[in-house]
Design a protein. Sequence first.
Length: 105
Amino acid sequence: MSTGFSVGVIEAFEAAIVLVALIPISFVSALSGAFVGILIVIIGTFILRTQVRKLKQAYMKIFVSSLLLSFLTFWYIERFVDVNDLLLIPLFFIYFVTVYFYAYK
């Protein structure tokens, strides 16, 4: 229970950093986006709670770390060059395979 709570706190802090960055653009859209995101997470968690429990924790960690690495790389590249969002798909697969083989070597 405490592990889930600490992970939730870390993720909420990361989301807060993103929202603080978006506030100067539009306070109303940042606030409404935060509430819509919270609502989607609560509803999705309630609907998918039994399916998520069936996943092995190791696979979920590989998936999440690959997703974070994909966004990190995408945003870094986007800082210098205008790129298409479809670049996220191959980045995710590359990182997923890399993290999977690194975790199970």
